[in-house]
Design a protein around this ligand. Structure first.
Ligand code: MTE
Length: 319
């Protein structure tokens, strides 16, 4: 990721009024006195409250997914996000409040029996929702723990009925430069894309996320649909997905296109393989006042996923 150091005279972006709050405030003022009460809420809470699938939350927790560390508080997590479509700063999630998430369609296409387009609420209601506690490790060396709600990606793969030639899945985020200021930066290869092998996608840990903290997914986390592949660096966990394509060739991803020597296709977490510009040996737990912990191989999920990579040679599996 691109890391920008703040000079001593600059105020932190979080100290300035985020554009999204300013815009939300103006429209609420127009809406009248009742809306003024709501104005004091954070925008992502406003949107979650009106979510058409709100009745599905909180979903039952799957006790198989346990953590070795405390959960990151929601108030911390919603104010420390990577969402380059909106900003390169960690306040990007707040700016994402302007993204319209209904109506929202997800296209399933490529090498499948029958390509189709699903309205997000139909898709979510078809899938078996559960809550899982996952670790999240960004390639920038920060980490969090999150109670995600969603469904195994394998359920969606089965539903899509891929053809024998499908070897990879390519995921794509929306492209709306009018709404997302980051997408007006033409030097980025928008839209954001990511990919998994079919074996990775059908591993039980690969999770399609529709909610967090017992509620429909907030926009800062990539509502209404994102991926969570917790054994890989966070950039693989693509947000706000609009297209899921089954393909024969390995897809070239957003970050791989930008920096192939720094961000590869596989991006499995490994403390012993440094990023070309920094060590990956330790990680900072966000919200703990700077506490660092040793990084875990496959982010602690080796038992579940190490087998996926047996016999793969000549590949940079940890970049
Ligand atoms: N997906 C999209 N569409 N755009 C992004 O900028 N950032 C990635 C990933 N998915 C990103 C994205 C990175 S680098 C990380 S670490 C995680 O989202 C951050 O997720 P979080 O903000 O929920 O912690």
């Amino acid at each position: 990721m691109l890391i920008r150091r703040r000079r001593s005279w600059e105020i932190a972006e979080r100290e300035a009024t985020p554009e999204a709050l300013f815009v939300a405030r103006r429209s609420l003022l127009k809406a009248g006195a009742a809306a003024l009460v709501a104005e004091t809420l954070w925008p992502q809470q406003l949107f979650a409250a009106s979510d058409p699938t709100a009745d599905l939350y909180p979903a039952k927790r799957n006790p198989a997914f346990k953590l070795d560390r405390p959960l990151t508080p929601e108030s911390v997590n919603t104010h420390y996000n990577n969402f380059y479509e909106f900003s390169m700063s960690k306040d990007a999630g707040q700016l994402a409040s302007v993204l319209p998430i209904r109506p929202w369609s997800v296209h399933i296409d490529g090498l499948v029996e029958k390509p189709q387009t699903l309205a997000i609420d139909d898709l979510i209601r078809r899938m078996p929702l559960e809550e899982r506690l996952y670790r999240h490790r960004c390639v920038e060396t920060w980490a969090m723990t999150i109670p995600w709600t969603g469904f195994p990606l394998k359920t969606l793969v089965d539903y899509a009925k891929p053809l024998a030639g499908a070897k990879y899945i390519r995921f794509q985020t929306f492209k709306e430069p009018k709404v997302a200021p980051g997408q007006r930066q033409f030097w980025y290869p928008w839209p954001y894309t990511e990919g998994l092998t079919m074996a990775e996608a059908t591993n039980d840990l690969a999770f399609m996320v529709t909610g967090a903290y017992g509620k429909p997914l907030a926009k800062c986390f990539g509502a209404p649909l994102r991926l969570a592949v917790p054994w890989k660096y966070g950039f693989k966990s693509i947000k706000s997905i609009v297209r899921i394509s089954f393909v024969a060739e390995r897809p070239k991803t957003f970050w791989e296109t930008l920096g192939p020597s720094e961000y590869g296709f596989w991006a499995n977490v490994n403390p012993n393989v440094p990023h070309p510009r920094w060590s990956q040996a330790t990680e900072e737990m966000i919200g703990t006042g700077g506490q660092r912990r040793p990084t875990l191989l496959f982010n602690g999920y080796g038992e579940e996923v190490a087998g996926l990579y047996k016999g793969i040679t000549g590949e940079k599996l940890f970049m």
